[in-house]
Design a protein around this ligand. Structure first.
Ligand code: IMP
Length: 196
């Protein structure tokens, strides 16, 4: 079964392809299809945005689509950056810009800066919508560490670890991440359906 993954994010793409390796579900990314569409995230929840991406890409390819909308919720910032995680420091900002903004905002709060990553994974095939959530709790630090991963990985330490997510390999991150959790639930459901 071929499924399009509706993302332009190379880090996410790599993570999710790894998660489906060894199954009979083949993940094709938008980059693999030579498509550089960037679906505008106008929703106010992870669910709305994930569904928006899945439906937009479904209308182009008429193939089953998976998508995710994800982000970081920091307790002391009232859940921000949340759905604005990708563009927290403004349109066309870099991951580094976002990390600097978060670090700056957290300066006036005491440690620990509790936070969690959230991933809402969606499957859409033109008729049915499947939806699963995954979370990764942890805390923010004020100096970036590590070169793996993407986004807020260098300033986030997952609970039970001494390293930031950017100091873990993609395989290590995939054992614990919010996306691994949501897509694992989705993967199980899809495999169950294929077998029927
Ligand atoms: P999305 O592509 O609209 O879901 O945006 C997700 C944004 O949330 C990314 O651009 C990152 O800023 C952040 N994010 C989501 N998942 C992760 C992760 O695993 N590590 C670091 N940042 C993440």
């Amino acid at each position: 079964m071929k499924v399009v993954f509706a993302t332009q994010n190379k880090g996410k793409s790599q993570e999710v392809k790894n998660l489906f390796e060894g199954t009979n579900i083949e993940i094709v990314s938008l980059a693999d299809l030579g498509n550089d569409i960037d679906v505008e995230e106008t929703g106010t929840t992870f669910y709305e945005n994930a569904l928006l991406k899945a439906k937009t890409i479904y209308e182009i390819y008429k193939m089953p689509v998976i998508s995710d909308d994800s982000g970081l919720e920091i307790k002391q910032l009232g859940g921000r950056p949340g759905v604005y995680s990708a563009r927290y420091a403004g349109e066309n900002c870099t991951f580094d810009d976002n990390n600097k903004k978060v670090t700056e905002e957290l300066k006036s709060y005491r440690q620990p800066h509790r936070a969690k990553f959230v991933s809402q994974a969606i499957y859409y095939d033109g008729k049915e919508i499947l939806s699963f959530t995954g979370e990764l709790p942890g805390r923010m630090i004020d100096k970036p560490r590590g070169n793996f991963g993407f986004g807020y990985d260098p300033i986030f330490i997952p609970d039970g670890f001494a390293n930031t997510l950017a100091e873990l390999t993609v395989e290590e991150k995939n054992m614990i991440s919010h996306r691994a959790k949501s897509f694992e639930l989705l993967r199980k459901e899809l495999i169950k359906r294929i077998k029927k």
